[in-house]
Design a protein around this ligand. Structure first.
Ligand code: NAP
Length: 276
């Protein structure tokens, strides 16, 4: 197999780490080490480690991807830097997918290690459609991240969808409220549509099919067509027709659209509160 991606150390291989690893394997990943307590094996040429203690000697990754839960960040970095500071000897970029962990807090944890390390850190925020290669990831580069390391991050996160770099770290809170939490807003719409279809007398299986295919089809159209969302909406909305009737209710001052900025602001506020 031809490897296009350099060797990586992936710490945490759950929902997000697992989605990333599957995509990287598909793209041709050089022999890498995956720390995972649950899986039994990992495909050749990669190595499975149960813990930091099991990482092979002389392994030299180009990137260390931290994909454990945010509350485990400090403990994991402290263990890594105490036991295997050699893994950082060749200046791998640290890529965090951990929600709410700021580059400053991560940098402080590395700096507090016995070796006083100061690696280049990239903070990322992927979302759940990454699991099917349709993710949207925001990235923010901390101090000292090189152009090559940014390109590597783009390739790695780009393997599960689209990527965008943010100029200021605080913008990641807004991004979290839009693309991070956004899939839940769309799933809620799917729930409402399905329920409304049932109330209109359709059987549940048909109601579910209509709700799902409407949302995924409209999403695909939005992705593929050059028109903006407002134009695509107008294309479905004939004056005096059925869609116009529904849109006039949805657009009423106290209804759904006016609550979206409020909901997004609440999510962004909560993201800031949770950021460490
Ligand atoms: N899921 C998402 O859509 C999403 C989106 C954006 C960001 N994120 C971020 O991604 C990170 C992981 O989330 P997730 O949903 O993938 O969680 P998850 O499914 O629980 O995966 C985390 C994995 O890390 C393992 N782990 C914990 N401590 C470890 C250690 N010291 N060494 C090696 N592995 C360790 C866990 O094993 P145990 O179960 O044994 O503890 C688990 O398998 C979080 O920080 C989250 O904020 C997730």
């Amino acid at each position: 197999m031809v490897s296009h991606l350099p060797p990586l150390l992936l710490i945490g291989c759950g929902q997000m780490g697992g989605a990333l690893f599957r995509a990287w394997e598909k793209n041709g990943l050089a022999p890498s080490v995956i720390i995972d307590r649950h899986r039994e094996t990992v495909a050749t040429p990669h190595s499975l480690a149960r813990s930091i203690d099991d990482i092979p000697n002389k392994f030299s990754p180009d990137a260390i991807v931290l994909a454990v839960k945010p509350q485990k960040a400090i403990g994991t970095i402290a263990e890594l830097t105490a036991k295997r500071p050699d893994l950082l000897a060749n200046s791998p970029v640290i890529i965090s997918v951990m929600a709410g962990c700021t580059t400053q807090s991560l940098a402080s944890t590395f700096a507090d290690s016995p070796a006083g390390l100061s690696p280049a850190i990239v903070r990322t925020m992927p979302n759940t459609p990454s699991a099917v290669g349709r993710g949207m990831t925001g990235l923010f580069a901390g101090t000292g991240v090189s152009a090559e390391q940014k390109a590597l991050c783009d390739t790695l996160l780009g393997a599960v969808g689209a990527t965008v770099w943010l100029d200021e770290e605080d913008q990641i809170n807004a991004l979290t409220a839009i693309s991070g939490s956004g899939p839940a807003y769309v799933f809620l719409l799917a729930e409402f549509l399905e329920q409304a279809a049932i109330e209109q007398g359709l059987p549940q299986d048909i109601a579910r099919l209509l709700a799902r295919k409407t949302i995924t089809g409209a999403g695909e159209l939005l992705d593929q067509m050059p028109e903006d969302a407002a134009q695509l909406r107008r294309n479905v909305t004939s004056p005096g027709g059925t869609t116009a009737e529904a849109i006039s209710i949805l657009n009423a001052p106290d209804n759904w659209p006016s609550s979206i900025p409020e909901a997004v602001a609440a999510a962004a506020r909560r993201a800031r509160e949770l950021a460490a």
